[in-house]
Design a protein around this ligand. Structure first.
Ligand SMILES: Cc1ncc(COP(=O)(O)O)c(C=O)c1O
Length: 400
């Protein structure tokens, strides 16, 4: 349609949202569907956070606020960065947006010029490439192979850097693979970045709290303080406190960049929801028990799903360190045909036949830039996960 912009023509709608919608449609049509597509905790927002929001409404905190966050929330975010990441930021170095997504997007809009390159390890969160394209930049992909736990190496990163590189987007634990970099693995990457002072680091720490066993989370500016002046450390309350609907994300970084992000926000959406900001203050400053409880549940589910998927013929599922996703390879299934007669030519055909024939909704790997694979979000009940894995196994056994 000629009326729409050329910029819009460069991007595609979010495939994860498309899968969630398709699963919902089938459900509404009476089909027995198990949705493993959505990337949000199935737990309710903790009660103390809800009460803080109710108190904010009662106190009349229902008006415009400062564009990039109320002082109390910026203070709580500074305390969080120091307490959990050993990073010192002043309130002037903090920006708050309507979800982590908005903060990342505004940062790209505020900094990218045509021709600027942004390095994105694959498999990647579906929004990174399209956000870069919308902002006028060029995504450059670096593949993290399954054999390497879906992580990239220092040499991979070094090879992708050019004089045009503006940002390196780092996401650990990762959506979609759940892979998380150890301090040493991250240090190898930050050593490369230290040799290329024109490259800035956008660290998306959204799944920081969801790491399992004795894994310790670290973030680039913490591991290499020499990167502090060119790192935007991004985070949010969505996944850590089951607050996806509240829409609060934030970042810490150099003052000039933070001001530029605020400028974009001031001319688009203005402040994030005032009530949600008060709820986020309670999330960050209040009791933190929820985090440990959810971590225990997610670790149990990860183990359940990894074991069940590895029992499916043709599927190989590495054990990720964190988040609430697994990213199994289906290399062993390509070329087969389903009971329903669908040729499994790629991961999109696999996911679509799986949904049609078993009612299990997963997201195909091509959406995340690494095939043939698929993503399962295990943020759902143990019973639903067991049933879904049993159906996937039956589906794989039925292939010929
Ligand atoms: C890696 C990653 N970053 C950022 C976000 C955005 O989170 P929010 O809901 O706060 O916008 C998500 C959400 O799925 C994500 O998976």
């Amino acid at each position: 349609m000629a009326f729409l912009s050329d910029t819009l023509a460069r991007v595609k709608p979010s495939p994860t949202i498309a899968v969630t919608n398709k699963a919902r449609e089938l459900k509404e049509a009476g089909r027995d569907v198990i949705g493993l597509g959505a990337g949000e905790p199935d737990f309710d927002t903790p009660e103390n956070i809800k009460q803080a929001a109710i108190a904010a409404i009662a106190a009349g905190e229902t008006k415009y606020t400062a564009v990039d966050g109320i002082p109390a929330l910026k203070k709580a975010i500074c305390a969080k960065f120091e307490r959990e990441n050993g990073l010192r930021y002043t309130p002037a170095q903090i920006t708050v947006g309507s979800g982590g997504k908005q903060v990342l997007y505004n940062a790209l809009v505020a900094t990218l010029n045509p021709g600027d390159e942004v390095i994105i390890p694959a498999p990647y969160w579906v929004s990174y490439p399209d956000m870069v394209l919308l902002a006028g930049g060029t995504p450059v992909f670096v593949e993290g192979k399954m054999e390497a736990g879906y992580k990239i190496s220092a040499a991979d990163l070094e090879a992708a850097i050019t004089p045009k590189t503006k940002w390196f987007i780092f996401n650990s634990p990762s959506n979609p693979s759940g892979a998380a970099y150890t301090r040493d693995e991250l240090k190898a990457l930050t050593d490369v970045l230290m040799r290329h002072p024109h490259v800035w680091v956008m660290s998306d720490d959204m799944y920081e709290h969801l790491v399992f066993g004795d894994f310790t989370f670290t973030t680039p500016a913490q591991v290499e303080p020499g990167l502090y002046d060119r790192t935007l450390t991004c985070n949010g309350v969505s996944k850590a406190y089951a607050m996806t609907g509240w829409r609060i994300g934030y970042a810490g970084g150099p003052v000039e960049l933070i001001k530029a992000i605020g400028k974009v926000q001031s001319q688009s959406t203005s402040n994030p929801c005032s009530i949600s900001q008060h709820a986020a203050v309670e999330a960050l400053n209040g009791p933190q028990e929820y985090i440990a409880q959810s971590r225990v549940a997610f670790e149990r589910r990860r183990d359940l799903v990894v074991a069940a998927l590895n029992a499916c013929p043709g599927i190989t599922c590495p054990t990720p360190e964190g988040a609430f996703y697994v990213y199994p390879s289906i290399a062993g299934l390509i070329g087969k045909t389903s009971k329903g007669g669908v040729a499994i030519t790629d991961d999109e055909a696999f996911a679509s036949a799986l949904l049609e024939e078993t009612g299990v909704a997963v997201v195909f790997g091509a959406a995340f830039g690494l095939s043939p694979a698929f993503r399962i979000s295990y943020a759902t009940s143990d019973a639903a996960l067991s049933e879904a894995c049993a159906r996937i196994k039956a589906f794989c056994e039925g292939l010929h």
